[in-house]
Design a protein around this ligand. Structure first.
Ligand code: PEP
Length: 245
């Protein structure tokens, strides 16, 4: 199965989200080979879930806290995310790691808690340009993937998102994507055994309708996590169409 995820980040108001969903649904025909997912901000989770679920599109939160409840002003618990309609949650996005200081330890706790609440974790991993330039890409990926072994087999999507490719217009080249995805596949298989073969590994970083086709042709690429291009329903429809074809 292929997967295409729209990460809206901190964009969209109620009216914009509603217009997006109307336009998208008009042009969208579900197909069994592709799971479409949208990750709106928390404030839009319920509305987007209600608008899109009829056509089998799942809703994913962009974050969730690992604590059950309590004095964490400004945070949202996994149970609340689930209660708002989310089917899954993005964990360890590079913007969370780098702008908000999320460590692998925190990411690991979130992964475990998401599963405990029945949410599909979408775990993001990826190296910075400095990591890549100093030859540390695979060391960093292995480190970030330790949470997978620690959590053990269970529901999981992984997104390989080189930090230098996110929102920069500089997509990783096919050879870089190929070797990173092969590495992640191996790590997940070591962690999960045979079920690791079926964990979808998505690519993320400046994916557009112009470059998605060739990315999908790379071994172990099951789809994409898309930021910028997912804000435009026409472009997102194109991306979904490419995955379906
Ligand atoms: C992202 O938000 O995870 C992302 C990949 O963004 P963009 O597609 O804009 O690079």
């Amino acid at each position: 199965m292929r997967c295409v995820v729209a990460n809206w980040k901190m964009n969209m108001l109620q009216g914009e989200a509603s217009t997006f969903c109307d336009t998208f649904l008009e042009g969208y025909t579900p197909k069994d080979n592709v799971q479409v997912a949208v990750a709106p901000p928390f404030t839009l989770l319920t509305a987007v879930h209600d608008m899109l679920r009829e056509k089998g599109i799942i809703t994913i939160a962009q974050n969730g806290h690992y604590a059950k409840r309590g004095a964490f002003t400004g945070e949202i618990a996994m149970a609340q995310v689930k209660d708002a309609g989310a089917n899954g949650v993005i964990i360890g996005h590079s913007e969370r790691r780098h702008l908000f200081g999320e460590t692998d330890e925190v990411v690991g706790k979130k992964l475990v808690k998401a599963r405990a609440k029945g949410l599909l974790p979408v775990l993001c991993v990826g190296e910075t340009l400095q990591d890549r330039d100093s030859g540390n890409t695979f060391m960093v990926l292995r480190q970030q993937l330790q949470v997978v072994a620690q959590a053990g087999p269970g529901p999981l999507w992984v997104a390989y998102e080189p930090v230098w490719a996110i929102g920069t217009g500089r997509r990783a080249d096919l050879a870089q994507i190929q070797e990173a995805h092969a590495f992640i596949r191996e790590e997940v298989q070591v962690a999960f055994g045979v079920p690791g073969t079926n964990v979808p590994i998505l690519y993320g970083g400046s994916v557009t309708p112009d470059n998605f086709g060739e990315v999908l042709g790379v071994q172990h690429v099951a789809g994409a996590l898309v930021g910028g291009a997912s804000l435009d329903p026409a472009k997102f429809l194109q991306l979904v169409g490419i995955a379906q074809s």
